[in-house]
Ligand binder design. Structure first.
Ligand code: ZN
Length: 74
């Protein structure tokens, strides 16, 4: 039987390479395990760093700047 999965963009805590990792929807918890394609470091859930989070953070910053400028309606 097939396990469902989805991809996430993460950054390796060792070499900081940004790469795509597959998260398997195993029961009862999803499997957050990925081997870095550059340094072979095994990234587990506690070190899982989604790049989306970083992007969202910068989006927040940008919105803040836009708020200060307040002249560019979206
Ligand atoms: Zn790495």
């Amino acid at each position: 039987m097939n396990v469902e999965s989805h991809n996430e963009t993460i950054v390796c805590p060792k070499c900081e390479l940004i790469q795509i990792a597959t998260v398997e929807h195993t029961v009862p918890w999803h499997s957050y395990v990925h081997t870095c394609s550059a340094c072979q470091y095994i990234i587990t859930e506690s070190e899982w760093q989604r790049v989306q989070d970083t992007v969202a953070y910068y989006e927040e910053l940008k919105r803040g700047v836009m708020g200060v400028l307040g002249e560019t309606p979206l």
